[in-house]
Design a protein around this ligand. Sequence first.
Ligand code: MG
Length: 379
Amino acid sequence: MTRIAQIIVAAGKGARIGGDTPKQYRLIGGTPVLQRTIEASLKEPRITEIVAVVAEGDPHISDLLAKYERVRSVTGGASRTASVKAGLAALADNPPDFVLIHDGARPFVSKVVIAEIIEALATSPAVVPALPIPDALKSLDGAAVDRDQLRRVQTPQGFQFAKIWAAYRNIDQAANFADDIEVAKNSGLEVAFTKGDPNNFKVTYPEDFAKAEAMLATDTYIATGTGFDVHRFTSGDVMWLCGVPIECGLTLLGHSDADAGLHALTDAILGAMAHGDIGDHFPPSDPKWKGASSDKFLRYAIEILKERGGILQHVDVTLICEKPKIKPHRDAMREKIAELCDLPLTRVSVKATTTEKLGFTGRGEGLAAQASATAKLPA
Ligand code: MG
């Protein structure tokens, strides 16, 4: 079987964008650029190994790589050329047949682009995806330039490993080439072109980040989850409801603090993600949760939502009981939920109703809560 490795160059410090975070770690759609680039590459199952070339002392890479089995990292050099050379050297002990060399800042590379490069490598030592130039071209003295003779080139650039490794080993230590095709040409390798993809752009300038966000925004869906919970009354000093202590001579019976409002809301958020229910994540059989304050459960659900790149949009809780009176506590409940969910107050609703003395809530045996949570999630 043909062995294919990929080098992802991500050793930049992000000087062009400004700010402290290098651009490969800036978030688009809630996920670091480099993570998106790695995941896009891993969609091609024939790539069996990825080497990420990162800056010395990169503080972010180990957390990121812990997610993937097929990816490891090496430290890059002072120039792009030195960094690629370090990546190739890391592969040279057990050389693959082909290597694809890709920019860490091109997160939208498609399976089709990668597949065409791999096909072409069967017969060409060096392959580059490229796009025609739609605009007419002029040189600065106004003379026409034949655009049919020019291409915009992208990455990954693909190579038969032995040939590009030989080319890199022969170049001067201080040399800095714009890309790997230049190194190949410098060594006399024949270059073949495959079709590039306009979406495979390099995220470099602030407007590129805006474009990337806009592209991802179309690739999301809105989901609403619901939750429902009931707890029985017993006598006690304080009842916790929606994260607020209410002194009413009653408390709710349960394994944790029995805050039915936050339990229903936690289930609603898990429901929006189709990610089980509160009992799956916090089994009542586990002594760890005995007497636990329920804001832990809610924060946990919010944390999972964020990890998945989801954004909570709105929550709505209805408390169903004859007592205690909810209205005097409603604003405090909304404020507490807004804080726990990191939402503006205008997106947090708390309502209350009775059941006209009917049923267990009507008889004052306990309290029910229902909730909905609406979130935007990556498709
Ligand atoms: Mg409960």
